[in-house]
Design a protein around this ligand. Structure first.
Ligand SMILES: [Zn+2]
Length: 321
C-alpha cells in the first residue's frame, strides 16, 4: 500500500514535471529596471534616508582640469569603472528623521538638466513622505544640483511648512548683485536660480553665522571652498554620528587618492582642496562615518588614511529594522 502510494506520488510528480516541461523554459516577465534608490540608515535614534536624485555624466577633462588622464584611467580601472570621456557622478539628498523633526538636506537638481536627474520629488513620494511633512530644509550650498526641488512647478516653495536653514556666507554670496553681475556669463543662470530659490524662503530662513548646533542632534560644520558658505552637517545620537559633507568629493574613484584634484565648479579650488584634505584627516582619525551628495549612492562609508593619500570604504548595507 505504502509502496503503491509512493509510486503514485512519484508518478504524479513526474506528470507535473512533464506538464511543466511543455511550458517554454524562458522568462517572460519584463525587466523591472532599477530599484527605487532610497536607502535607510540609522545613526543612534535618528533615521537617515539617502535618496538618489539621479546621476550626471561629467566630461573628465572639462570638469576636472587638473586631472592627469593616464593617472585617472588607472584609478578608474582599479575601481572597475569605465575609462571613457565622462565620469558618472551620483546626485543624492538626505532625509533625516530625528523623532522631533523631519529634515531634508538639499533637494536634488533643478528640472531640465538631464533626463537622469531631478527625480527627488517622485522618490520622496515613493519613500512615503509628502512635502508638507518636511519641517526643516538644511542646505549645504545653493548650486543647481542642490536647490532643485525647493520650488514646485508653480514657482512657489514646495516645502511650504519648512524652516529654511543655510550658511549666512552662502546666501550673502549668491544674493550679492555685484558678485552676480561680475560672474562669467555661463554662471549667471546659477545666480538667478539660487536667488529665486533663496528669496522664496527668505521669510522662513535662518542664516548660520558659526559652526554649532542647528537643531537638536545636528551641528553645522563649515567646509568652505566649493562655495563660500559650503556647509556639512554632523548628525549625532548616543555614541553614533555621521557627517553629511555636501560636495567635498565629486568623483569617488579619483579624489580620495588625489584630494588636490578639484572640480571646475569649486569657487575657490585651492581652498576646496585644503578643506577636503582637512576633513579627510578628521574623518579618518576619528573613524567618523561620512555621506555625501556626490559619493556613489547610497554614499555612506569611511575614509581611511593610506600614507599621504586616502581611500573610501563604502559601508555595508545594514538590514536591521
Ligand atoms: Zn553638487
Amino acid at each position: 500500500m505504502l509502496t503503491n502510494r509512493r509510486n503514485f506520488l512519484a508518478t504524479s510528480s513526474a506528470a507535473v514535471l512533464a506538464a511543466n516541461l511543455s511550458i517554454p523554459a524562458r522568462a517572460t516577465a519584463p525587466f523591472a529596471g532599477a530599484v527605487i534608490p532610497v536607502y535607510r540608515h540609522r545613526v543612534g535614534d535618528i533615521e537617515i534616508t539617502a535618496i538618489a536624485d539621479g546621476y550626471l555624466d561629467l566630461d573628465r577633462q572639462a570638469f576636472f582640469p587638473q586631472v592627469d588622464r593616464g593617472d585617472s584611467d588607472r584609478l578608474l580601472e582599479a575601481n572597475f569603472q569605465p575609462t571613457g570621456k565622462a565620469i558618472r557622478v551620483s546626485v543624492n539628498a538626505f532625509l533625516v528623521n530625528t523623532g522631533e523633526r523631519l529634515i531634508l538636506i538639499d533637494s536634488g537638481t533643478i528640472p531640465g538638466f538631464a533626463p537622469s536627474l531631478a527625480k527627488l520629488p517622485a522618490r520622496l513620494q515613493a519613500a512615503g513622505v509628502s512635502p508638507d511633512q518636511i519641517d526643516t530644509v538644511l542646505m549645504t550650498h545653493l548650486h543647481p544640483d542642490h536647490i532643485g526641488a525647493l520650488l514646485g512647478p508653480d514657482g512657489k516653495p514646495r516645502f511650504a511648512k519648512a524652516e529654511f536653514i543655510l550658511a549666512d556666507a552662502e546666501w550673502k554670496f549668491w544674493s550679492d548683485e555685484g558678485i552676480a553681475s561680475r560672474a562669467p556669463k555661463d554662471f549667471q543662470p546659477m545666480f538667478a536660480a539660487a536667488q529665486s530659490a533663496g528669496r522664496s524662503y527668505e521669510k522662513v530662513a535662518r542664516y548660520l553665522t558659526k559652526n554649532g548646533e542647528v537643531v537638536k542632534g545636528i551641528e553645522s560644520v563649515g567646509l568652505p571652498g566649493h562655495t563660500p558658505g559650503h556647509t556639512g552637517y554632523l548628525i549625532s545620537s548616543g555614541k553614533d554620528s555621521l557627517l553629511i559633507w555636501g560636495d567635498v568629493v565629486h568623483a569617488t574613484a579619483l579624489q580620495f587618492t588625489h584630494p588636490e584634484w578639484s572640480i571646475a565648479f569649486d569657487t575657490d579650488q585651492s581652498q576646496a582642496a585644503s578643506t577636503r584634505r582637512a576633513i579627510f584627516d578628521r574623518a579618518a582619525a576619528d573613524r567618523l562615518p561620512v555621506a555625501g551628495m556626490h559619493l556613489d549612492f547610497p554614499s555612506f562609508g569611511h575614509v581611511i588614511r593610506e600614507g599621504a593619500d586616502y581611500r573610501f570604504t563604502p559601508a555595508i548595507w545594514r538590514l536591521d529594522e
